[in-house]
Design a protein around this ligand. Structure first.
Ligand SMILES: [Cu+2]
Length: 256
């Protein structure tokens, strides 16, 4: 006699759904692979992005392997110890050795990840390295105001250069960003640089970055800051030092 479960598995509808499911994953993966659409992390353009991504992948691998082992064991046990005629369940009160092992191993992994994270955190968010360039970014409903200090190297003076939603930075130079907000809390997010920080009214926050290659990417506001939040986006151009100076010159000409 075929058990009820097997009968359901063999029914036409179930077979159709299973076949569709099996085909869906590879065809979708193939379509994305050939469409040029990026479904994973955005390209890394930052000098410290690699260490953040490395930590991300390390945690993904550890949790992924443990997930596969645990779920695999669960499935094997479900099948192997399923209800069968003449078999009775055995009651066990646990095993101290096994419990010590599955407590100590995760604890060691957790402490190891804690030290690794601290190393990356202090590199990215600790004392910034000496800056080649300083930029002021001020969030406002619903735009990014960008301010360059001009030739005197000081902000809020006559020769400042200001733009709205247009930020240019030279490649391979350390940039210190002074982050402010005019009204509500915004969040300055550069996905390609793996950096995100809140812009809080009344506080000047700081972050640093260094681009590794020329690119055109977007500046995102990652805080629901009002009705126009969806259109609060800026554009960041990473270019050579010469192109950056030329751009700064033309912006200076426009605003003075
Ligand atoms: Cu915003």
């Amino acid at each position: 006699m075929i058990p009820q479960f097997t009968k359901i598995l063999l029914s036409g509808w179930t077979k159709g759904i299973m076949l569709g499911g099996c085909l869906f994953v590879p065809t979708t993966a193939w379509a994305f692979g050939h469409s040029g659409v990026r479904v994973w992390l955005p390209e890394n353009l930052s000098i410290y992005g690699k260490s953040i991504d490395g930590l991300f992948y390390l945690i993904l691998w550890i949790t992924g392997i443990i997930f596969a082992l645990v779920e695999g064991t669960l499935l094997v046990f479900l099948f192997r110890y399923r209800a069968r005629a003449g078999k009775t369940a055995t009651y066990t009160h646990g095993n101290n050795l096994v419990e010590v092992i599955w407590t100590v191993i995760p604890a060691i992994i957790l402490v190891f990840l804690g030290f690794q994270s601290q190393k990356v955190w202090s590199y990215v968010r600790g004392n910034p390295p000496p800056a080649d360039l300083e930029v002021q970014v001020t969030g406002e409903q619903f735009a990014w105001n960008i301010r360059y200090p001009g030739t005197d190297g000081r902000f809020d003076t006559e020769d400042d250069i200001t733009t709205i939603n247009q930020m240019h930075l030279p490649v391979n130079q350390t940039v210190l960003v002074h982050l402010k907000s005019k009204d509500v809390i915004h969040s300055f997010f550069l996905p390609h640089f793996r950096i995100k920080q809140d812009a809080v009214p009344g506080i000047t926050g700081h972050l640093w970055l260094e681009a590794t290659q020329p690119a055109n990417v977007e500046i995102v506001c990652a805080e629901l800051c009002g009705l126009g939040h969806y259109r609060m986006r800026g554009f960041l151009t990473i270019e050579s030092a010469q192109a950056f100076q030329d751009w700064l010159g033309s912006e200076y000409g426009d605003s003075h």
